[in-house]
Design a protein around this ligand. Sequence first.
Ligand code: GRF
Length: 192
Amino acid sequence: MPNKKKIGVLISGNGSNLQALIDACEQPDFPAEITVVISNKESAYGLNRASEHGIPAHIISHKNYKTREAFDEAMHKLLLHHNAEIICLAGFMRLLSAGFITKWRGRILNIHPSLLPNFKGAHAVRDALEAEEKETGCTVHLVTEELDSGPVILQAKVPVLPDDTEDSLHQRIHEQEHRIYPQALRILVEKL
Ligand code: GRF
């Protein structure tokens, strides 16, 4: 497919959602391609996933920057260097500065393991379990300045089972994340 949209993916860890995006982008009829993966953590397994698929993978450690703005600017430059047009956050565990979000407005997607607006923040799966929800899920949304609050693109529901642990529930959520993240990316690409 000609004129595939160029995607930069930001990660901090395992990168199973990155893998789902890589697999989708390798399909000839998928309208996007990943041109760069950036991790703020050297140990992120997702870096290997990128390298295995011939995708440039970079580490930019936030620890090497005095301010969030300076760290974000380094990522911004690298994204532009790789001609990124859309950013997918895939388990990226840093808050983005307002300046960065403004530059990429309407072009940053995030995946979150709850049915937003329920259970925002870093412990969404545990929080849903502790709240004794019968159902939770995952959400792909556009990123705005307010944490986990931008317009929703897609959601998927997941049942909470009586004997669920945080791990078993997160695993069930992951299966849905891997299904809806590529779908949501396609929706955004087709809108732009
Ligand atoms: C996912 O559950 C995602 O919703 C959350 O962080 C987790 C990342 O998992 N933002 P992975 O690194 O993609 O496997």
